[in-house]
Design a protein around this ligand. Structure first.
Ligand SMILES: Nc1ncnc2c1ncn2[C@@H]1O[C@H](COP(=O)(O)OP(=O)(O)O)[C@@H](O)[C@H]1O
Ligand SMILES: [Mg+2]
Length: 249
């Protein structure tokens, strides 16, 4: 279980997240939706302490931190080891091959020998359909392939929760589909996924739970069916945008 209580985060005096409370169950796919600027990325970044909230509490798999006082390096490490993040722009190391990108973290964190990490990287690249690209550098991979390497890299640290921040927003529809397929495979395996996305088909078909952020607060938290049928004005306005696109389903 990942649990956030009364979490508040501001930048330069502007409150971006306002006393957010929510639970993310292990083994589920939680999709975070919301207009641009509503705080989705900030919330995701708070979950692995890339941002530090001013107030509130975060618990992941029984490890808890209270914000408002300085966190120790040990607390930060403990919380971070529970999750791995996949970013919109892949963020692969350009000077490393696909396999080296995937193998790096397990070696650096001391969990695997070089040989073990290399073997694991091969297995994870196969899992995302890229065993034939193990020796390719990011520059020689398509965006969809780079993102699949990034997903393999996230899996390599065996995180309890995988955090995705708009993983397909930088991709053409065809490449988006290949990344969505990988995400659907992870969801089918009952991995714990937290996915910020604008892909409404994914949200509707794959999410176990939808969290809709608006103005730094949780405006919806529940099943997809209830979200897509909501008569809440803010949610209807948001959905109307997508009804004018190919995502109409
Ligand atoms: N590091 C930062 N410094 C100052 N303002 C920030 C920073 N990160 C995000 N913001 C602001 O916080 C708000 C929410 O941003 P973000 O979490 O990126 O929203 P979303 O991902 O939903 O589009 C925006 O107004 C953004 O400008
Ligand atoms: Mg964002």
């Amino acid at each position: 279980m990942l649990s956030v209580k009364n979490l508040s985060k501001s930048f330069d005096g502007n409150t971006i997240l306002r006393e957010i409370s929510l639970d993310v169950a292990a083994g589920e796919t939680t999709v975070i939706l919301g207009p641009s600027g509503s705080g989705k990325s900030t919330l995701l970044r708070c979950l692995n302490l890339l941002e530090t909230p001013e107030l509130g509490q975060l618990s992941i798999e029984g490890d808890t931190v209270d914000f408002g006082t300085d966190l120790t390096d040990e607390q930060v490490r403990t919380i971070r080891q529970h999750s791995a993040m996949v970013f919109q722009n892949f963020n692969l190391f350009p000077h490393l091959t696909a396999q080296q990108n995937v193998a790096l973290a397990p070696v650096l964190n001391g969990k695997k020998s070089k040989a073990e990490a290399k073997k694991l990287a091969g297995q994870l690249l196969a899992k995302v359909g890229l065993e034939h690209k193990a020796d390719a550098y990011p520059d020689n991979l398509s965006g969809g392939q780079q993102q699949r390497v990034a997903i393999a890299r996230a899996l390599a640290v065996a995180p309890d929760y995988l955090l995705f921040d708009e993983p397909t927003s930088a991709l053409d529809p065809e490449l988006e589909a290949e990344v969505i397929q990988v995400l659907m495979g992870l969801a089918a395996e009952k991995r714990s996924l937290v996915v910020v996305t604008h892909n409404m088909a994914f949200a509707r078909r794959v999410a176990d739970r939808i969290i809709f952020l608006d103005g730094g607060t949780v405006a919806y938290n529940g099943a997809p069916a209830g979200f897509f049928a909501s008569d809440h004005a803010r949610i209807q306005r948001f959905l109307q945008i997508f009804e004018m696109t190919d995502y109409k389903i």
